[in-house]
Design a protein around this ligand. Structure first.
Ligand code: PMP
Length: 287
């Protein structure tokens, strides 16, 4: 496996960064998870756009332009001869001293691209739907670490994931600081009620798959709104599903012990899943 590291391709065991890298010391860095299907990178510009927006707020100066980054992603896929892949893009603050001041770092971010495979959930869950719970770990307050920042500081989500795992669930809903439904630990959440699609508007990572689903809803003339959402609304929804680059679209059939709809993946969810799969196979950056 060849890893892109600061402009070079190196073997996995040679792909190393300093123990003084602030990405390691403080989670000071950014990342993206991207997928390619059949030699097409899905939504590459959108992912790179979000990466650079997070870097802008964190004031990390990437040595690569957006175009250079897109090219590096494609080159890494080619170097590994992968047609279908999960791509992990990482830019860390780079090396510094043991203090947390980013100004004392050497202004040399580490750029890493890993291309591999990923299977998040077993196929049966896509066919039968999954059961999730709400955890008590609250999603980051937007004025603390804004959930829109896709930074290497993922402890908020990891704590929620631990809680979910301890209770025997693979995924969980996180509420925002006011008690509204925000998102899951690594996925956005959608509900469908009376033919209308709804997804939380705030306190979330603005998922690329989420936007893709909103676009698909538009193409299918299904009304879609981004709104505040309570758990009660989720419980009484006709359908529910989660979205994420790694998970793609996965139906949810039970939340906190409440059966959603008739307890099976709903017809609109299936229609959106179909459209999404077609999009992944026909749209994207060719390589
Ligand atoms: N929310 C969180 C917290 C995530 O980590 C992810 C995965 N990146 C998502 C939502 C889904 O975002 P996307 O569709 O861009 O992968």
């Amino acid at each position: 496996m060849k890893i892109y590291l600061n402009g070079n391709f190196v073997e996995k065991d040679q792909a190393v960064v300093s123990v003084f890298d602030h990405g390691l010391l403080y989670g000071d860095g950014v990342f993206e998870g991207i997928r390619s299907y059949n030699s097409l990178v899905f939504k590459l510009d959108e992912h790179i756009g979000r990466l650079y927006e997070t870097m802008h707020t964190l004031m990390i100066r990437c040595p690569l332009s957006k175009e250079g980054m897109a090219q590096a992603v494609v080159d890494t896929l080619k170097a590994n001869n992968l047609k279908d892949a999960y791509i992990r893009l990482i830019v860390t603050r780079g090396e510094g001293d043991l203090g947390l001041d980013p100004k004392k770092c050497f202004d040399k971010p580490n750029v890493i691209i890993i291309t591999d495979k990923i299977t998040l959930y077993p196929e049966a869950l896509y066919n039968n739907g999954m059961e999730i719970i709400t955890v008590s770990t609250v999603r980051n307050h937007p004025e603390a670490i804004n959930p829109q920042l896709k930074s290497l500081n993922y402890l908020n989500n990891i704590l929620a994931k631990i809680e979910a795992g301890n209770a025997g669930y693979a995924e969980a809903i996180m509420l925002d600081h006011r008690g509204f439904v925000a998102e899951c630990t690594g996925d956005n959440i959608f509900i469908i009620k009376k033919g209308e699609i709804r997804t939380p508007s705030q306190g979330i990572l603005k998922g690329i798959t989420r936007q893709c689903v909103l676009d698909i809803a538009g193409e299918l003339s299904i009304p879609a709104t981004e709104c505040l959402m309570t758990r009660h609304e989720v419980y009484i929804a006709d359908e529910c599903f989660l979205t994420g680059t790694a998970a793609e679209i996965i139906p949810v059939v039970k939340v906190d012990g409440r059966v959603i709809g008739d307890g099976k993946p709903g017809p609109m969810t299936k229609q959106i899943m179909d459209k999404f799969h077609t999009a992944t196979l026909t749209q994207g950056t060719k390589y």
